[in-house]
Ligand binder design. Structure first.
Ligand code: PMT
Length: 410
């Protein structure tokens, strides 16, 4: 999405206290370059790291910091600011600010403006990796996401405190691109998208199962990205511990056969099916009624083949636009292209798995293949990749619908 979609957009940039506040100066410059009209609000703590004068010079407008600024508040300045903003971006968003927003506090100018504004809110968190991973921070973010707040990043890497991990502010360029993607035209408005995500568990006995390492992150990110583009999204999720993205309707399942049943129920009502789930190819032929006992010798399990959900849908004459994933440990492009052709998919997203890649990682790298085309999406967090994947899906589907003579899908 070109940053020009931000042209003339009235953006209120909030800066909270943290060492990453200095990066907000570069962000201000980039947002102005992208054509946005800017007002900057600093929290008191942000002003300990950076000066209002810097932001005044870069934004071309006076910077606000306090609810108790008599000249600005004579005309209810915080309400005027809240109405003025078409979009609010807080970068960096500290753990404390996130907590206050999650609980609806309005104890300074920035949180008050957020509460008083109907503008969509995006947060770019930046904090120490332990603070980021803390369940309190994650619960606050889940709460905000459920209210439709967008969370951009954070990135992983070395931190100002000397530690290493997730919690770095995204670079200014990436933030501008992500904001532009959020604000751009909604490419899937009115489109019904079904996404499968996560692993399947195949029971051996009442306490054991065969599963895989899928965390569901990739599929959940795809569901979120489709919803951001205006699609009505159903998500069929294997056993994972992830919050449901805002606006997405979720159904939880456990085994491949349960996933098949849930997917098949939705297929007639969907325009696009994206199969990101790591569906187990095999299940134990029989599930023991009681816990299997140790017998002092090898145990042989006979496995039965599971249904190939995507393959079954692909074989139908009337089918939605079909996107598969390919998880490969070697010869990625060759195997993925073979899957694309064998299953007659419209698009396949291939990722390398194993050695900490693909499964259960925050980042990924995707090779998109479709009949006659390819695009490499370099390593990035799964949400950024999911947004790029959805942009490609929307473009291919639009092209297919615009060329009815060559259209392969109903
Ligand atoms: O969940 P994460 O931790 O974020 O990890 C993401 C991921 C690595 C699981 C994801 O990016 C991914 O690659 N998902 C597909 C994994 C997979 O099962 O790939 P496959 O090459 O074995 O299957 C090919 C396609 O057929 C997939 O779209 C799969 O959903 C589908 N399939 C596979 C088997 C089966 N019985 N039924 C299916 O529908």
């Amino acid at each position: 999405m070109p940053a020009s979609t931000l042209a003339n957009l009235r953006i209120l940039l909030g800066v909270s206290g943290g060492i990453a506040a200095y990066k907000a100066a570069e962000l201000t410059r980039r947002l102005r370059e992208a054509g946005a009209e800017l007002r900057v609000v600093l929290t008191e703590n942000a002003a300990r790291f950076v000066t209002p004068l810097t932001f005044q010079a870069l934004s071309g407008a006076p910077v606000r910091m306090s609810l108790w600024d008599e000249s600005a508040e004579a005309a209810m300045g915080h309400i005027e600011l809240a109405r003025w903003a078409e979009r609010i971006l807080i970068a960096p968003a500290s753990a404390d600010l996130i907590a206050r927003l999650a609980h609806g506090l309005a104890d300074d100018l920035l949180t008050t403006v957020c509460l008083a504004s109907a503008a969509p809110l995006a947060l770019a968190p930046a904090m120490n990796q332990q603070m980021w991973a803390h369940p309190a921070t994650q619960a606050n973010l889940d709460r905000l996401r459920a209210r439709g707040v967008s969370v951009l990043g954070p990135a992983s890497g070395s931190q100002a405190c000397g530690e290493f991990g997730a919690g770095r502010l995204l670079e200014a360029e990436q933030l501008v691109a992500e904001l532009a993607a959020l604000h751009g035209p909604r490419r899937l408005a009115g489109v019904r998208v079904l996404v499968s995500a996560g692993p399947t568990y195949e029971d051996i006995d009442p306490v054991r199962f065969i599963g895989n390492r899928s965390s569901g992150r990739m599929g959940f990110a795809v569901a979120q990205a489709a919803a951001e583009q205006g699609a009505s999204v159903h998500l069929v999720a294997g056993p994972v511990h992830l919050p449901t993205p805002a606006g997405v309707i979720r159904r939880d399942v456990r085994s491949a056969r349960e996933m098949r049943e849930a997917v098949m129920q939705q297929i007639p009502q969907c325009d696009i099916f994206i199969s990101a789930a790591a569906v187990g190819d095999y299940r134990p032929g029989e599930v023991a009624a009681h816990k299997l006992k140790k017998r002092g010798r090898a145990l042989t399990l006979t496995l039965a083949e599971n249904p190939d959900i995507l393959g079954e849908i692909a074989a139908r004459t009337s089918r939605p636009f079909l996107v598969g994933f390919a998880a490969e440990t070697r010869d990625l492009e060759t195997y993925a292209r073979a899957k694309l052709e064998r299953k007659r998919l419209d698009l396949i997203a291939a990722n390398r798995v194993g050695d900490g890649q693909g499964f259960d990682a925050a980042d990924n790298e995707l090779l998109l293949l479709w009949p006659g085309g390819r695009e490499l999406l370099p390593r990035a967090d799964k949400l950024a990749l999911a947004r790029a994947l959805i942009a490609r899906v929307a473009a291919l589907r639009t092209a297919a619908r615009a060329a009815p003579a060559r259209r392969r899908r109903p």
